[in-house]
Design a protein around this ligand. Structure first.
Ligand code: CA
Length: 470
């Protein structure tokens, strides 16, 4: 009898050990994506007029990637790259998708596996909060793309003040930008939100973590802040009485609201003792459109939409307490495409498709002293503009235009085009060949994008006759 009790005790202990091990071996994943945030507009990249103490906590607690790139210079394609770990042009996602709820081809093709799909293999709870922008057709929505839960909106942007949410559902939406003023979705149901949008998204993120504290989770928190329209509440505007420029002041308030929300999320993780078993990524989806939202990409040239550093070089930090020592910087080029591969590795999940990103953890910890990428690439299909970056050099080519070659090591502002120097001709040829080889891997666009809004509507007269008005 005594032996039997002892045996039971041993078995219980073994089970507990196994349970603790299972929990510690499957880290939670949080991806926080800001929208149109300027490179220079967070504390950890040197911002002086907008305090971001909570975003900076992520940077201080982990690693700052000083040469971090996104895979495109505007929202939709950049998100398609991030959420699949693949160059989005490899599956024809070359432009911002239009709001076209009847069109099953307008968004992320079903051949692609999302971050949500990936970790569902490992029984993660998954949520997408905020901006989706990967398709509004029922088959393309978050709940069909690997996310158990969704709270947010399907379009490429949204108003922030709930009194502006004047359309109940898609049956009332009659143009591309009407969707900015539609009620939010909780899964497939329209809901009446009453909070400032950024606060609402933060609230949902905190709530999701609190409800999933005893199983591994993936939280994809895609704030639309500080994307236009510039709207903020008095609470946040009052923090920036020192900023006279009204645009910059409102932008600062929007960034500050996002930072508060990230603070409440970090506090909740601490309260639940989850901080050490949670990887948090923070980045922007593209450079700031300075003339639109008064963001700053200094010292970089260019802005959102451009392949200069100002369009694609973003603030990017990551923490994994207890696994990655605090206060690190990593200076080799990395990509937003690496998030997927990193998550696959730490969650021990098998990607369905070939990835273009790599697991960053061995590089951060210096177990791998090589570089994650010898080159990173971009294509703007519409303008036939292509770019490649290496550790030190960037080449931008465009049909019927002279190539632009920059030495990023001593000219990070890309002011001095060195393409015509005779000493650089071999390098130019080599990089041009690399671009051509990469371009051969890409598909033609699978859908018409934002710039074809009117053309698309004339070709699809049923566009706003919504079959499923949700
Ligand atoms: Ca964006």
């Amino acid at each position: 009898m005594m032996m039997s009790k002892k045996l039971t005790l041993v078995l219980v202990c073994l089970c507990l050990v196994k349970l603790v091990y299972a929990q510690s071996s499957a880290p939670n994943i949080i991806v926080i994506l800001a929208d149109d945030l300027g490179y220079a507009d967070v504390g950890f990249t040197g911002c002086k007029d907008i305090p971001t103490p909570n975003i900076d906590k992520i940077a201080k607690s982990g690693v700052v990637f000083t040469k971090a790139y996104v895979s495109y210079a505007v929202c939709g394609p950049s998100r398609a790259g991030l959420i699949t770990g693949r160059y989005q042009d490899k599956f024809g996602f070359s432009d911002n998708p239009l709001m076209a709820p009847n069109d099953p081809t307008m968004g992320l093709p079903l051949t692609e596996q999302t971050l949500g799909d990936l970790v569902k293999q490992k029984q993660y709870s998954t949520v997408a909060i905020g901006k989706w922008h990967l398709g509004a057709h029922q088959t393309l929505r978050p709940n069909k793309r690997g996310f158990d839960e969704f709270y947010g909106f399907l379009s490429g942007g949204h108003d922030y003040l709930p009194e502006n949410f004047i359309f109940n559902d898609l049956s009332e939406v009659k143009s591309q930008f009407d969707a900015y003023k539609a009620n939010l979705l909780r899964n497939n149901q329209r809901v009446k939100e009453t909070a400032y949008l950024t606060d609402a998204l933060s609230r949902e993120a905190v709530d999701f973590v609190a409800r999933n504290n005893n199983k591994p989770f993936l939280l994809y928190l895609a704030y639309n802040a500080p994307h236009a329209p510039l709207q903020a509440t008095k609470k946040y505007l009052d923090r920036f009485e020192n900023i006279r420029d009204v645009k910059r002041k409102t932008y600062a308030a929007m960034v500050s609201a996002m930072d508060d929300g990230i603070g409440s999320l970090l506090t909740k993780l601490d309260e639940l003792k989850l901080s050490e078993n949670t990887i948090i990524f923070f980045l922007s989806d593209n450079g700031g459109p300075s003339h639109v939202n008064a963001s700053s990409n200094l010292p970089f040239r260019g802005e959102k939409g451009s392949f200069f550093e100002g369009g694609v070089h973003v603030p990017f930090a990551m923490q994994w307490k207890g696994h990655i020592t605090a206060g690190r910087t990593y200076n080799n080029p990395v990509s937003s495409l690496d998030i997927f591969a990193t998550v696959a590795a730490v969650a021990d999940a098998k990607p369905k498709n070939n990835l273009d990103g790599v697991n960053l953890i061995p590089f951060i910890t210096q177990h791998n002293k090589g570089v994650p990428h010898t080159q990173l690439y971009w294509r703007n299909h519409k303008t036939n503009r292509l770019a490649v970056v290496t550790a030190e050099t960037k080449l931008i080519t465009e049909k019927d235009k002279k190539p632009m070659l920059f030495n990023l090591k001593n000219d990070i502002s890309e002011t001095n085009n060195i393409a015509e120097l005779s000493a650089n001709q071999n390098l130019l040829k080599d990089l041009d060949l690399k671009i051509i080889q990469w371009q051969n891997l890409l598909l033609e666009p699978k859908f018409e994008g934002l710039l074809d809004d009117k053309k698309y509507t004339s070709e699809h007269p049923e566009r706003w006759i919504i079959k499923d008005n949700k």
